[in-house]
Ligand binder design. Sequence first.
Ligand SMILES: NC(=O)c1ccc[n+]([C@@H]2O[C@H](COP(=O)([O-])OP(=O)(O)OC[C@H]3O[C@@H](n4cnc5c(N)ncnc54)[C@H](O)[C@@H]3O)[C@@H](O)[C@H]2O)c1
Length: 213
Amino acid sequence: MNNRKTSHPFSRRGFLAAATATSLSMGLVPGSATAALKSAAPRAKPGQDRVFGLKFPPLDKVRIGFIGVGNRGASLLGNLLEIEGVEISAVCDIVSDRVKSAQRLVTAKGRAEPAGYSQGETAFEELCRRDDLDLVYIATPWDWHVRMAVSAMKQGKHAAIEVPAAITLDECWQLVDTAELTRRHCLMLENCCYGEIELLVLRMAPVRASSES
Ligand SMILES: NC(=O)c1ccc[n+]([C@@H]2O[C@H](COP(=O)([O-])OP(=O)(O)OC[C@H]3O[C@@H](n4cnc5c(N)ncnc54)[C@H](O)[C@@H]3O)[C@@H](O)[C@H]2O)c1
């Protein structure tokens, strides 16, 4: 069990484990899903704690490293360049022309040219190791998301991942565990958070982050 302070009788992991056990005992879970659900069992490590309410001082300038500047990445890069206080410090893509075109997009706005990384599939690790980034934005194909976000958080950066953040339960826990151990935020860039239905579901949720810490 994890040792988080909570006013709620169930932790998230406890709830998942209980739900899984109940479903398994009732024979509700098909065999193919069983292994995946078992991987949702509680497994918090010593020192691990939830990141709800984790706060950082406001930044005058947010320094961002981009991984993946294809359709979505390039489009969001354009949006971010319209925001004061955002600095694009580095850009990575396996296609070097895309890195160059992203660099041009930045300099065309009168900003300093970001460093470019395009030396292979793992060049993103070099970007994550930079010491002048606050956030790493990930807009690569799905199977790269978790590996890149984990690398960013382990290097002390917050990670923002395009949808879907992960594609298996085990990958979801990798993100949760890494955020909770490194004390960094990891967010999925869902762009439909404030619609009527999403806000309705939020209000229906029984546990509020503020009442748990
Ligand atoms: N939030 C939204 O509304 C929205 C919309 C479209 C796409 N997306 C998401 O954005 C992500 C990217 O989609 P896209 O349409 O831009 O795809 P895309 O193929 O146009 O872009 C992906 C980019 O990642 C690069 N890439 C691949 N592997 C890499 C690696 N190892 N290191 C560095 N760069 C690498 C590719 O060269 C490419 O330029 C996907 O996860 C997708 O689901 C979200």
